[in-house]
Design a binder for this molecule. Structure first.
Ligand code: ADP
Ligand code: MG
Length: 629
């Protein structure tokens, strides 16, 4: 039996194209060939279980053998093997409709995965690293003859009688000069660790004829010994393939350590396991976030039937869960994924919402099962929950029951609990419920104290995401508005009719306003007289909630009309408390100079309490204070 022929692709120079184009990604040849070997092994197992193969299965394993001296890498299996006819059918007739289409399409393709996946070129990725590829195979079928195929990377091949005496296939790669990096044990080990660590069939990695230094001979020349290293490099039953009830916490923690050796233990995990309407297994871990919010993305690894595909899971995992760690395995995600494919695939969308739902359910369970433990973890998981709450409506629907609010007294509440707590004191006479918050409890301490004196509660909103969280809450909660504690004086934060009577008449009010206007004399500060409780400060500086938020959004690069707000100068309201003793005293003061000085002093004190008094203004304040003393 001897046959020569031409591989059915209608262009002579396809291999140079494959080689050159795919060069950057060429390590995937090993993934492709090892997965083919695993497939062949799984197939013979299946045939045996169906009663269609009655021979001995033997010790089913795949072997990757590196022979450094002979510059070959051999991938062997004892799977189902191929007959000469099958080689012709599966290997020679490359599965794409024609060279024209290929050449047209590969121009747009962005990476090797895309081409190999789209055109079923898995086996041919061997030519990225080898100038000659041999197949030595013997089919499981009764009476099969061993077959040998060889191809030198041109489109012609040769089939003749093979030498294999046992069922299975060897793929022998004669590594080309440009790919000598792969003739190294650590390099191959690295690739196998990446792609083959959890394959379902044992993978043995053997290095033969490697020359290791072995002291010196009598003449003082270095001596070498030949070593053989053989070991199984994979775990064929990683935990995500097991059922959750076979597993203990320890197993999950050990697996986490195996994936991320230098990480702290995770907070908790979710075992994913679904087989309808798509197939997906996996384990997702909630990591401990570092306080510096140095987010580590791309920590989820995507597998397809235990073959590693990628750690860029952007399209499969919802954006807000990108901080999770772990493994997802789905045979419904093809081995050779391309970005455009993922975005269009309807399974991927379903997977996305399934994961969202599972995560939400897990959080709800944790919250119900042990509220205290949940609260303790809140500083780590709060960010996920808030992010999901903001970005995903389905998640919001569940998260609204377990998102927590924290107040300045460090007490935590669910949304419902908080509403119940503050509703009596914080509903205005217009029926609006007002939630008061601070983003900087130190700077806004005077305001917080004033609010507390009025019986108002103040929420802490000082994490990086809280800006958005606040506006989202306002959109979602009915008849509720959010006001930062310094958006107005405490008496005015919530509309009520309980303002004390104004003790000044119109004429007096006008002259107080004039005194302050000319003492302050800055266009950004607008003086207004209000009748507040006498215990409140004589002067308070506030910035309107709406204006402040618009400016913050403009500063964060909000588009459209936002830039308009960005250009607006800062505008503050200077609230003068008509009922404060100091104001009465200023009015009664006969010397206009002293009047102005006192007004200025009261204004500067207000700025000072909010950290707004700086530079020359601060120096002037200090000097004036010394004089007044
Ligand atoms: P795919 O794996 O997507 O089918 P490949 O190009 O990787 O595409 O392989 C083409 C075909 O060659 C396989 O479908 C299989 O029939 C055959 N084949 C490849 N490697 C082996 C092997 N080690 N044992 C048996 N058959 C193989
Ligand atoms: Mg394949």
């Amino acid at each position: 039996m001897q046959e020569k022929g031409t591989i059915s692709i209608h262009t002579e120079n396809i291999f140079p194209i494959i080689k050159k184009f795919l060069y950057s990604d060429n390590e995937i040849f090993l993934r492709e060939l090892v997965s083919n070997a695993v497939d062949a092994t799984q197939k013979i197992k299946r045939l045996a279980s169906l009663g269609q193969y009655n021979g001995e299965l033997g010790n089913l394993q795949v072997e990757v053998a590196l022979d450094i001296d002979n510059k070959t890498i051999t991938i062997s299996d004892n799977g189902l093997g191929m007959t000469a006819d099958e080689i012709k059918k599966y290997i020679n007739q490359i599965a794409f409709s024609g060279a024209t289409e290929f050449v047209e399409k590969f121009k747009e393709a962005k990476d090797a995965n895309e081409i190999i996946g789209r055109f079923g070129l898995g086996f041919y990725s061997a030519f990225m690293v080898a100038n000659i590829v041999e197949i030595n195979t013997l089919s499981y079928q009764d009476g099969s003859e061993p077959a040998h195929w060889t191809c030198d990377g041109s489109t012609s091949f040769e089939i003749n009688e093979g030498t294999r005496t046992t069922r299975g296939t060897d793929i022998i790669l004669h590594i080309n000069d440009e790919s000598e990096e792969f003739l190294s044990r650590p390099r191959l080990q690295e690739i196998l660790d990446k792609y083959a660590k959890f394959l379902p069939v044992p993978i043995k990695f053997g290095v033969t004829d490697e020359q290791e230094p072995d002291g010196e001979d009598e003449e003082g020349k270095p001596k070498y010994k030949s070593v053989e290293v053989d070991n199984i490099i994979n775990d064929t039953n990683p935990i995500w393939t097991k059922s959750p009830n076979e597993l203990k916490d320890e197993d999950y923690l050990n697996f986490y350590k195996e994936l991320y050796p230098y990480s702290e233990d995770p907070l908790f995990w979710i075992h994913l396991n679904v087989d309808y309407p798509f197939n997906l297994t996996g384990v997702l871990y909630f990591p401990k976030l570092k306080n510096d919010y140095e987010f580590q993305r791309n920590k989820i690894k995507l597998y397809s039937r235990q073959v590693f595909i990628t750690d860029e899971v952007k399209d499969i995992v919802p954006e807000f869960l990108m901080l999770l760690h772990g493994v997802i395995d789905s045979p419904d995600i093809p081995l050779n994924v391309s970005r455009s494919f993922l975005q269009a695939d309807s399974n991927v969308k379903k997977i996305n919402s399934y994961i969202t739902k599972k995560v939400a359910d897990k959080l709800a369970d944790l919250f119900k099962a042990d509220r205290k433990a949940y609260e303790d973890k809140w500083s780590d998981i709060g960010l996920f929950v808030k992010y999901g709450f903001l970005s995903d409506d389905k998640f919001y629907e569940k998260a609204k029951d377990f998102v927590l609010l924290t107040n300045t007294a460090k007490e935590t509440f669910t949304l419902n609990e908080y509403k119940e707590k503050v509703e009596p004191a914080q509903t205005g006479n217009d029926g609006q419920l007002v939630y008061i918050y601070t983003n900087d409890p130190d700077k806004q301490d005077a305001f917080i104290q004033s609010a507390n004196r009025k019986g108002y509660d103040v929420l802490l909103m000082n994490s990086p995401i809280d800006n958005h969280f606040v506006s989202h809450l306002e959109q979602k909660l009915e008849k509720t508005s959010m006001k930062r504690v310094d958006a107005d004086v405490a008496d005015k934060l919530i509309k009520k009719d309980d303002a004390p009577a104004h003790i000044l008449n119109d004429e007096q009010s006008a002259s107080v306003k004039t005194i302050f206007d000319s003492a302050i004399n800055k266009p950004a500060f607008k003086v207004e007289l209000e009748s507040l409780s006498p215990e409140e400060l004589p002067v308070t500086v506030t910035m309107d909630e709406f204006m402040r938020r618009m400016k913050e959004m403009a500063a964060m690069g909000g588009g459209g009309g936002m830039s308009f707000y960005g250009q607006m100068p800062d505008n503050y309201k200077v609230v003068v408390n008509a009922n404060h003793k100091l104001i009465t005293r200023i009015l009664g003061e006969e010397n206009a100079d002293t009047q102005a000085q006192l007004a200025k002093q009261a204004f500067d004190l207000a700025l000072l309490s909010q950290g707004l008094l700086t530079g020359a203004d601060l120096t002037e304040f200090v000097n004036r204070s010394v004089n007044l003393i």
